[in-house]
Each structure stands twice: as C-alpha cells, then as structure tokens.
Design a protein around this ligand. Structure first.
Ligand code: IVH
Length: 697
C-alpha cells in the first residue's frame, strides 16, 4: 500500500509531457504518477479543505490521465481518479448482501428517556459513569462502502438491513468518496474495510438543483433527503455525477486486523485514510449531562447548519462495552437516536390570502388557527402556487398538516381529507392583482402567476424589504413595518431613494425620533461599503440567491464587470445555468435597474469586492481553524475578518495550522490540535492575539 507521509512533504505536482510518451511502459509510469497526484489533491481539497493546487492544474492532470487511459484502455482500473465522473448507464440496480446487518436505531425524544438509556446501560455494565460518542443524525441516505485492498469495491444502500441495492457506480461519482484509500497517519489501511455513512445534499445546493430541474422541466424534489436518495437510486451514473452530493462517515463495521477501543478513536482514524467525518459536530461526552448539553446545542444550531439533521445519535463510546450490551432484533442496545422536536403539526385553514412578492409573483397563503410547532406559533403557511393547491386538493376549511423547518416559511404538507365535513371550499387565484388591480398571468403549468404591472406598489415594498434584510444590505433599523410606513408616506419610489432621504424625512416615520433617524443614517452609511456579493443578493436579480450571488462575486470584481458580461460568458461559470445567465443579462438590460444602480453609485456605494490586499496584512501566513461555538461572531464573520487581514481559515486541523480557536462544544478538532501541538486559544485569547497584531475585532 502506498503511504503518503512522503507525499505530505512532497508538493505533489506531476510533470508529464504527453508528447514524450511513446511506449506502454512510459504510459504506465505516467498514469501512476498522475493518479497518485490526483488522489493526493483530492484529499487536500475534500478532506483537509486546504487545496494546494489550482483548479486549472488539477484539470490538466485529469485530462492527461484520461488521455493516457483512452490510449491504453487495458491500463484503466476501476479505482482510477478518472472514474469519478460517471460511466455508462446500468440495466438495473442489483442487490447485494451486507457483510454485517445494517440495523436501525431506537428513537427517543425526551431528556428523561436519555437519562433512562444511560441508567440502563450503566446498570447492565455495572459502572458509575459512561462516556458517549455523540454525532449529528443526518437526514440523508444511509450507505455502506466496502473497500478491499484499499480500493472501493461496493456501495450498498440499507435496503431491509440484510440486503440492499448496489449503487457502486453512482456513489463513485461523489467527490468526497475516495476510490482508493491512502494512509495519511500511523494506522495502516486494513485489507478489508466496511464503513457506513450518510449521503446528503446541502440545503442551498438542493435549492439550486430544484431551480435547475424546474428550468429544464424536470422533476423537482420535496426535500434534500429525497434529492440525495433519488440521485443515488437510479441507473445512470452521469446523473449522480451532476448532483451536488456529499458524505459523512459515522461507523466502522469491520476493519481487518484493527481493534479499536472506542467509537471516537475509530471515527478519528477515518480521515487519516481519506474518509470524511464531521469534525465540527462529533463530540465525545463524558457523562449523560454532557450528552444532554450537546443535544441542546445541536437543537440551537440546527437551523444554521448547511445540511439537514433530525437529531443526535448517542453511542456508548467504549467498544467492549458495546459488545457487552449487544443487540435487540432490530437495533443495538448501545446506541439511541435522540430525535429533535417534531416540526409538523395540524391546524385548520380559515382563509386563503394572496401575497404579491418583489418579482410580482402571486403566492397563496393559508391563514391558520394558531398552532405551536417546535416552540414557535404558526398562523400562516405557504401554499406555493395554484398547481400545488390543485394537486394536493387543498380547500378552505380543511384540516391540514403544517411543517415548519428553520427560518423558511411554514408550508402546508397535505390536507387530511378523512376529516372533511363537506363545507370546505376550493380556491382559485384571482384574475387581477389584489394590490393594484392589474391583470395577472398564469403559466400553463399553473406554477407561476404574476402581476403584469411593473410599477405595482407591492413589488417595490417587497423589493425594499429584501434589499435591507439581514442577508442583503443588513440595515437593522429598517424592519418590515418601517418599510411599509415609508411607502405609505410616499417617501420612496425606488430602492435607491433610501440613500437620498434626509434626516427630517426619516423622522416622519412612526416611532422615529432624532436618535433613531441618526441610527438609520449611520447604518446606511455602513451599508454603502457592503461587499459585492451582498449587493447582488440585495438587488434581487430573479433566480440569483445568496449562493449564486457569491459565485458571481467570485468571478467579477465590480458591478460594472458583471453588467458587461455576455450571456455566453456567464454560462461558462460553474453552477450558472442558462436560465440564470439569461436572468442576469435581462436584469442589466433594464433601464430602470441600471438607473437605480447608478444612483446608488452616486450616493457612494462601492459596488465591488472588498480590496483586502490594500489592507494591512498582519495575519499574513497564519492559518486558523475555528471550532465549537463562538460568542461574538458567526463563523462567517470571523472568517471574513481573518481573511481581510491576510490570514487563512481552514476547516480541519493539520500540521500547518497555527491556531485552533475553540469555543464551548469543541470536539475532535481540539483533540487533534492537542495531538499535533497546535496552539489552542479560547475566544478571549483570540481577541487578545488580534489586539497584539493590531487587528480591530
Ligand atoms: S449509526 C448500529 N450514526 O440513522 C449503528 N446512524 O436508524 C447504526 N444515521 O438510517 C447507525 N446519522 O443512516 C448512525 N451519526 C449517525 C447517523 C446515523 C444518521 C441514520 C442511519 C440510519 C438511521 C439509524
């Protein structure tokens, strides 16, 4: 097995010149060189999140490898990095047996049940205290991977626990899944390794995917879990390859010749073979109180996570204890799924109102009898569009299932038709706009209904709310109520007017006296320097959400550059599809939009990427990793600060890390940092370091 401790020092850059390769032997040697390099860079990119090669270099080596493999097809192996792009479609998904049954977990949801679980385990084992490995319970697709001799042989879904579907070709297209394991630490790669994990899709990628699917008239998915499962359980690997799938590993079912003492140790061995674990959120808890703290912590941060989790899995850490506790028919006695509070409940639709959004789109909103869902009172829920209402046959007066997930608007999942009394009424969106009375048009599939009046006051109102919102220009002093007030007073005709209003004008708003007016003015001043990515999101280009705003800002330095980009140029950008490219171009062809942007520029908005390099760079050359929860900043904010002053942030600890900043709840990264002798700072010490370096935080 090739070990990579020498690769770590080596800066792994192959020097292959295709023109000089004449013989099969030379080809074989070059192929091996390219494969090793690509595996190494995959590891740096996907596991360490610390790439040391550019995309262009990587692509060039991959092209060279593919070229050589097509010249010498007999040299192609199934674990070559070139095989990660998706091969030929299969006839059907075969079945395969799990070497060890894939069991499910017993579910609990109350603290009392968690304490009971702990008590029963301790009693059975005759110990006073038990440590647990606590891990997020991912809401994705469970998968088992079998590596023989270090190469990925099989990927099998859970199925009935004994037998599952063989989806190897699809799973091989997931970039975070290494086709061949490489030893990065001390533990040799076992001859046979059976590992389990969860395939998932990030929430933002899921939304982009659905948008792309809708644009191309393809099936959309109800949630990220269905999207992940649908991408894996189908015949054409090219489809899986085009889907943004990721994986977290969480269980070693079998590792020939290796006896792990505990689950946390087993998990930590995985990244050292190239298998990704959740270093941020896995946590070893020393007793049940810590388990409950960690559960509450996950409940708190759940909505901020980029992917869906629906609970926490709590596993007795010590493996000989696990063996002693053993199994029931369907689940282990040594682990539980500690589920989050439900996000669904039922209520009755009293009426259906129609809301007009910032693009003029009409959305039907169900007005409900108030119902508490996961601690929040819900009175309104989205019905999305006419097609949805028709398909789900939702009527006014129906008893319905309502779901609330994070900060997205609650929505009606389905009508409970069994409870109908006969007085329920069907609903149709109106023919004219409820705000301005203009004609509305509905698309043929009944999924989109728009007001035809470009100057409809509802569009301006929603546009301004979006512009000032927290993810947009972030003007806290301007909430929805004040925006409505501004429009009622006719102080605003377009978004750019915000930057031209005088103090006296702000003071005409309800509850705005001198001090509040000054605060708003000060906030607007700060907003003028917001980076391009925020501005792009704030101006509300149709189809361009937060993620695509960032993608665009990474490609264009200033708003002018973007304005001048042609459709073809935009389409070249990864993740920008034809519909988005068209939408961006249309937006910048519209005179009203251009004038508004121009007025904002004149008002002093910078409209470009921040010029970090003009800043002093006291953190140049320093690498930071943040873990645990921080009190003063969000992860994003602190990363922006470090990068602004020349520092780098990575998501995993390596020998090159200078500082690990660890807040409460820090998990395996802290252990790794201690092992590697990396300086660990708490938040106060970090602030002190910044002060010493002259960085204002
Ligand atoms: S361990 C014997 N760990 O939950 C231990 N399962 O009922 C087996 N799941 O669908 C499972 N996150 O895919 C484990 N961190 C985690 C998990 C996890 C999600 C899923 C698993 C299965 C279900 C178990």
């Amino acid at each position: 097995m090739s070990t990579s401790s020498n690769q770590e020092q080596n800066n792994y850059r192959p020097s292959v010149n295709l023109d000089h390769i004449q013989t099969r032997d030379e080809a074989e040697e070059a192929i091996e060189e390219l494969r090793q390099a690509l595996r190494f860079h995959n590891y740096k990119y996907y596991i360490e999140d610390d790439p040391v090669a550019s995309d262009t270099e990587y692509d060039e080596w991959m092209n060279q490898l593919q070229e050589l493999e097509s010249r010498y097809p007999e040299l192609l192996t199934p674990d070559s990095p070139s095989q990660q792009v998706g091969g030929e479609p299969q006839e059907e998904l075969g079945l395969a047996e799990h070497p060890i049954p894939m069991l499910s977990l017993q579910s609990i949801s109350e603290e009392e049940e968690a304490r009971h679980f702990d008590k029963t385990c301790r009693k059975e084992l005759g110990v006073d205290k038990l440590a647990y490995s606590c891990e997020p319970k991912y809401d994705g697709l469970a998968i088992e991977l079998i590596y023989n001799g270090g190469s990925l042989d099989q990927a099998i879904t859970r199925g009935d626990g004994e037998t599952g579907e063989e989806v190897t070709e699809n799973v091989k297209t997931i970039k975070e899944v290494p086709l061949r394991l490489i030893q990065h630490g001390d533990i040799p790669i076992p001859e046979r390794l059976v590992v389990r994990g969860e395939i998932y899709m990030r929430k933002d990628r899921f939304e982009e995917l659905n948008r792309r699917q809708a644009e191309s008239d393809l099936k959309t998915f109800a949630n990220p879990r269905n999207a992940a499962a649908g991408s894996i359980r189908q015949l054409d690997p090219k489809i899986a390859a085009s889907r943004p799938l990721q994986i977290f590993f969480y269980h070693v079912a079998l590792a020939d010749g290796i006896e792990f003492t505990n689950q946390t140790e087993a998990l930590l061995s995985l990244p050292a073979w190239g298998l990704k674990i959740n270093e941020d959120l896995n946590r070893k808890c020393n007793n049940i109180d810590e388990v409950i703290d960690q559960y509450n912590h996950l409940v708190d941060i759940r909505d901020e996570l980029p992917y869906e989790i629906d609970g926490m899995v709590c596993k007795v850490d010590n493996i000989s204890h696990q063996e002693q506790l053993g199994y029931r028919t369907n689940n282990p006695r040594w682990a539980v799924a500690y589920k989050f509070p439900a996000r669904q409940s039922t209520s009755t639709i009293r009426e259906i109102k129609v809301q007009v959004g910032r693009t003029g789109r009409l959305t039907p909103i169900a007005i409900l009898d108030p119902v508490n869902i996961g601690g929040v009172e819900v009175r309104r829920a989205s019905l999305h569009n006419q097609s949805e209402i028709d398909q789900k046959d939702i009527r006014i007066g129906d008893r319905v299932v309502v779901e609330r997930a994070g900060d997205v608007i609650p929505y009606v999942v389905k009508a409970i038709t069994e409870e109908r009394g006969g007085s329920e009424k069907t609903f149709k969106l109106p023919d004219s706009c409820p705000v301005c009375g203009s004609e509305v048009i509905m698309s043929e599939d009944k999924k989109q209904t728009h007001c035809t009046n470009k100057n409809c006051p509802a569009q301006l109102r929603e546009g301004v709310k979006h512009f000032v919102s927290i993810n947009g220009m972030d003007i806290e002093g301007l909430g929805a109520k004040r925006v409505e007030n501004l429009l009622d007073l006719e102080l605003l005709e377009r978004v750019s007017d915000l930057f031209y209003l005088k103090r006296e004008e702000w003071m005409r708003l309800e509850d705005v006296a001198e001090k509040s007016a000054d605060n708003i003015l000060a906030e607007l001043e700060v907003a003028k320097k917001q980076p391009l990515k925020r501005f792009l999101f704030a101006i509300g280009i149709p189809h361009v959400g937060q993620h695509l705003s960032r993608v665009l800002a990474e490609h264009f330095e200033t708003i002018d550059d973007l304005e001048q980009a042609r459709e073809e140029e935009l389409r070249q950008i990864h993740e920008i599809g034809p519909e988005v490219a068209r939408s961006v171009c249309l937006f910048f062809k519209n005179d009203q939009n251009l004038q508004d942007i121009e007025r904002m520029r004149k008002a002093g908005l910078t409209l470009e990427n921040p010029h970090y390099s003009e800043q002093p760079q006291p953190l140049a050359g320093l690498r930071f990793v943040f873990t645990g929860s921080l009190e003063n900043w969000s992860r994003n904010e602190i990363q922006e600060i470090v990068e602004k002053y020349g520092g780098r942030t990575t998501s995993s600890v390596s020998g090159q890390t200078d500082y690990l900043v660890a807040g409460p709840g820090a998990g395996s990264k802290l252990d790794q940092a201690n092992e590697l002798g990396v300086t660990v700072l708490d938040e106060d010490e970090f602030i002190q370091l910044m002060e010493e370096k002259g960085v204002a935080v």
